[in-house]
Design a protein around this ligand. Sequence first.
Ligand SMILES: Cc1ncc(COP(=O)(O)O)c(C=O)c1O
Length: 393
Amino acid sequence: MIEPTTATARPQAPAAVFDWLDEAAELRARAGLTRILRSRPAEDPVLDLASNDYLGLTRHPAVTQAAAEAARRWGGGATGSRLVTGTTVLHTELEVELADFCGVEAALVFSSGYAANLAVLTALTDPDTVIVSDAYNHASLIDGCRLARARVWRAPHADPAAVAEALAERAEPRALVVSDSVFSVDGNAAPLGALSDAAARGGAALLVDDAHGLGVLGPGGRGALAAAGLAGRPDTVATATLSKSLGSQGGVVLGPRRVIRHLVESARTFIFDTGLAPAAVGAALGALRLLRAEPERAERAREVARTLAARLTEAGLRASDPDAAVVSVLAPGPEQAVAWAADCRTAGLAVGCFRPPSVPDGLSRLRLTARADLTERQIAEAVAVLARTAPQG
Ligand SMILES: Cc1ncc(COP(=O)(O)O)c(C=O)c1O
């Protein structure tokens, strides 16, 4: 976060209390880091490569109908926290089906993936724990580390040898190794097999945030743990969001039954948070059942990503080598990235724009989502727009 560097005098009047925010906004603007909210109309004519709707399910009739039915039957909200009134039969059904699909003992649904990550990081650690966290992990994992009462060691990106060394040298009896399965900025996959080996040898648990892997990686989209042969391990826990491949909203923790029980009884973001709204639960269940019936959607998302990256490279752009459904293209700097994304939008293409401080390596880029439902024509159109509007130099 950019903040004014010089301490200013104490504000003299109520109207001046927030003056420092204008100064901070000015600093962000000068650094090319202004962020603006844009309301999206329901019928947006723009070709969408910016959302996380990897399987193109969020508006699928089976998903919207499941959401509507759930809202009609159970109401607009969950009415309370999960331990009080906020667990409907539908929540339990979703948890049973998610656990079965992902090949783990049990699942616990949260109001967001963010809350799920905070829950695991705070409830499975204590002052006798070291958390070994990949330097490129998602902000919600970083915030979980900040909230945890454990020592946190920021591990070099995708470096199982460094993780093994840190585990061997630790003084704490317990350790938790934490990594995204697919890193959200570049779309590269973590070396999960080697991380799992390092964790097992060092007597540590492994937490994998599979937000970008569920629905895309593994057989039929069963996720990164299934892809790496790690699903169901007694020392491994995964988290995921229901808001990407499953086209809904909410989060989930997947793992051994005793971990789930511990979270129910002690995770503050589970206990003190209203349960996920029934419509979101219904939508996620609808999407999960659809994915089970049409497992080819997962492979199609990966194939679209590979095609998109190859065509962008052929067009002379610096595209990443995608391991899942995220492709990024490097921009020369933050201002150019913002201008490039704006030019794409004017030309009818929505893309994500990542720049510092959201990128751990300081490099600005556009981020493209390879949706399973993109047609060959749409892929060609997207590549043409990106090439035509690319910054020079
Ligand atoms: C890797 C990763 N973890 C966690 C989250 C948070 O999930 P949610 O949006 O459901 O809070 C996201 C983004 O949304 C993410 O990309």
